[in-house]
Write a protein that binds this ligand. Structure first.
Ligand SMILES: [Zn+2]
Length: 209
């Protein structure tokens, strides 16, 4: 229907999460109508983000790729939170995605560290424990002397299944296991909860074992 380059742009946009065919078309034509420098800035910001951003080797939050200028040592990137010596390394807040880290940071109430699973268990989508950073979590609890693990999954089915799996894995370890309170609307995403609600959910966390 469209010239091949236009159709290709629509197809690529349509592969993004939450973008249906109609939105993909609308964004494609918006880009085509934009000044060339605007479109170039969008394209180069995607390329730059992919080149300069990676996962933190410790917690799997977003981290900047170490470069010669930033004193990169070659053994992988660490995020700002893991590099901050003022953060309490004995408390780990386990979340699904890096955007959940941002949500907790916005509450201003949390001084511990994070562990990002990079997803939630979803057998129907082929996401099992091996696809998540669960082994890395277990290793950290030992290596970093963690005394409390706060389970902060999204309040939906996948999040609940993931939390149960972690409770089973951790129940025999000498670590305090807590879960954030259910002040967050069920079925929603943590990132959509306002700071006050999320702060209350964190402070109202309860022991699950
Ligand atoms: Zn980190």
């Amino acid at each position: 229907m469209y010239a091949a380059p236009v159709q290709q742009l629509i197809d690529e946009l349509g592969r993004l999460p939450g973008i249906g065919p109609k939105s993909a078309q609308r964004i494609a034509f918006y880009i085509l109508k934009s000044p060339a420098e605007d479109a170039a800035r969008l394209a180069s910001s995607i390329t730059a983000a992919k080149a300069k951003v990676t996962w933190c080797r410790r917690c799997f939050n977003i981290a900047e790729v170490p470069s010669a200028e930033t004193g990169g040592s070659g053994d992988g990137a660490e995020c700002e939170i893991c590099r901050d010596p003022r953060r309490d390394s004995s408390v780990l807040c386990v979340v699904e995605e890096p955007r959940d880290v941002i949500a907790f940071e916005k509450t201003g109430l949390y001084r511990g560290r994070y562990h990002v699973l990079l997803g939630a268990l979803s057998p129907l989508d082929g996401i099992g424990p091996a696809q998540l950073k669960i082994g890395e979590l277990l290793a950290r609890i030992e290596a970093e002397g963690v005394t409390e693990v706060i389970l902060s999954m999204n309040p939906n089915t996948e999040g609940e299944v993931t939390a149960l799996h972690l409770i089973n894995l951790l129940k025999d370890r000498s670590v305090k296991l807590t879960k954030i309170a259910t002040g967050v609307p069920v079925g929603g995403d943590l990132e959509y909860a306002d700071e006050l609600t999320l702060g209350r959910a964190l402070e109202g966390r309860h022991e699950v074992r």
